[in-house]
Design a protein around this ligand. Structure first.
Ligand SMILES: C[S@@+](CC[C@H](N)C(=O)[O-])C[C@H]1O[C@@H](n2cnc3c(N)ncnc32)[C@H](O)[C@@H]1O
Length: 317
C-alpha cells in the first residue's frame, strides 16, 4: 500500500464492485466483510484480499480497522416491494442499523452507501441521516441509473455520500489534500454516448457448446412464461437490458432480460456479459467450478462499477 493511499473498508463486499472500482488506486482496501463464503471466495480470487466472514449485525467496533472511507452496499430486500418494505423491522436491515450505531466510534472521513431507490424514504435512511448529522457530516444523495452511464441497461440505484469536515484525519494522516465528494455531485445527465447492447455480448460462435446449452431457455418454458419475459434483440440499436436481480436464471418474472439468439432460440445472458454490463474489467473471473446459478445470484447482488467510479472521482484523480 502506498503511503498516501486512502484506506477503505468495504462492508457487504459480495464479489467486490467497490474493489473493482479501486483496482488502479489510490484507494487501498484494508478490510472487507461479508457473511457469504462463496462471494468471499470470488472476491479473494480476484483481489487477493480475503473478506472476513462475519455477521455485521454484531461486529464489535474494535474489530474494525482504522479507515478513511466506509463503503456499504447493504441488502436491499427490506426496502423493496418484493421484500414487503418492512424497512427497519426486517431482520436483513439489522446489520446496517448496527453499523450506523458504530459511526460515532470511528467517524471515517468519507462514508458512501448504495441501495435501491426506495431506501431514500425509509426509516433506516432517516436514522442514517440523523447519525451523520450528529457526527457533523456533510451529505449528498443522488440516483444513478446505468443507462445514464452509456450502458444499455436499466439499473437505477440510490447513493448517499457523506463527508466529515475536510480537515479530517484523512488529510492529517496521509498528507493528501482532502477532496470534496459531496459538492456539485449530481445525477449524470445522459452525458455519455450510449453503446449498443451487442458490444457487451459474447460471440456465440466462440462460446462453448456446454455453456450455450446451459443458458438456453427450453421451448416449453418460453411458451409458459412468454408474457412475463423481457426478451431483447441484440441487433436492435435501441435495446436495453433490464436490471439483473439475484433471482435471474431461477425466477422467470422480472429478474432480468433474456436474449434473442442469432441462430434462433432464446437464452440467458452469460455471467461475462453481465460482468461487462456492470463495468467489471475483463480480468475479473469466477472460479471455473462455480455453478452458473451461484454466479448469477452474486452478480444480481452487485453494483455498477462505473457508478462507484463516478462517485469516487474526486478521490481517484
Ligand atoms: C447487495 S449485496 C452487496 C454486493 C456487493 N456490493 C458486490 O459488489 O457484489 C449485500 C451483501 O451483503 C451480505 N450480507 C447480508 N447481510 C449480512 C450480514 N448480516 N453480515 C455480513 N454480510 C451480510 C450478503 O452476503 C451480500 O453479499
Amino acid at each position: 500500500m502506498s503511503n498516501d493511499a486512502l484506506r477503505a473498508i468495504e462492508f457487504f463486499s459480495g464479489i467486490g464492485a467497490f474493489a473493482e472500482a479501486c483496482r488502479h488506486g489510490p484507494i487501498s482496501i484494508v478490510a472487507a466483510f461479508d457473511q457469504n463464503h462463496l462471494a468471499n471466495h470470488v472476491y479473494q480470487t480476484n483481489f487477493g484480499l480475503a473478506p472476513q466472514r462475519r455477521n455485521l449485525e454484531s461486529i464489535d467496533a474494535r474489530d474494525l480497522p482504522e479507515a478513511d472511507l466506509w463503503w456499504m452496499s447493504p441488502p436491499c430486500t427490506p426496502f423493496t416491494r418484493r421484500g414487503n418494505q418492512r424497512d427497519d423491522k426486517d431482520p436483513r436491515a439489522l446489520a446496517l442499523l448496527h453499523l450506523i450505531d458504530l459511526i460515532p466510534e470511528h467517524k471515517p472521513a468519507y462514508l458512501l452507501l448504495e441501495n435501491v431507490a426506495w431506501f431514500r424514504d425509509s426509516k433506516v435512511c432517516a436514522r442514517l441521516h440523523e447519525q451523520l448529522e450528529r457526527c457533523e457530516y456533510t451529505c449528498a444523495s443522488l440516483n444513478i441509473c446505468s443507462s445514464r452511464l452509456g450502458v444499455p441497461m436499466l439499473r437505477p440505484r440510490f447513493f448517499i455520500l457523506a463527508q466529515r469536515d475536510v480537515s479530517t484525519r484523512q488529510a492529517e494522516n496521509t498528507g493528501r489534500k482532502a477532496a470534496t465528494i459531496c459538492d456539485g455531485i449530481a445525477e449524470p445527465a445522459a452525458m455519455v454516448e450510449k453503446k449498443s447492447l451487442c458490444t457487451f455480448l459474447d460471440d456465440e460462435r466462440n462460446m462453448s457448446a456446454a455453456l450455450l446449452e446451459s443458458l438456453l431457455l427450453p421451448q416449453a418454458e418460453l411458451e409458459r412464461y412468454k408474457a412475463v419475459l423481457n426478451i431483447v434483440d441484440p441487433q436492435d440499436e435501441e435495446a436495453y437490458a433490464i436490471c439483473f436481480t439475484r433471482g435471474y436464471f431461477k425466477c422467470r418474472k422480472a429478474s432480468g432480460s433474456l436474449l434473442q439468439m442469432q441462430e434462433g432460440g432464446i437464452r440467458f445472458f452469460s455471467p461475462n456479459e453481465i460482468l461487462r454490463l456492470l463495468g467489471f474489467s475483463s480480468s475479473f473471473t469466477f472460479p471455473e467450478s462455480m455453478p452458473l446459478s451461484v454466479q448469477f445470484k452474486l452478480l444480481g447482488n452487485s453494483v455498477d462499477v462505473r457508478a462507484i467510479k463516478l462517485l469516487l472521482q474526486p478521490l481517484l484523480s
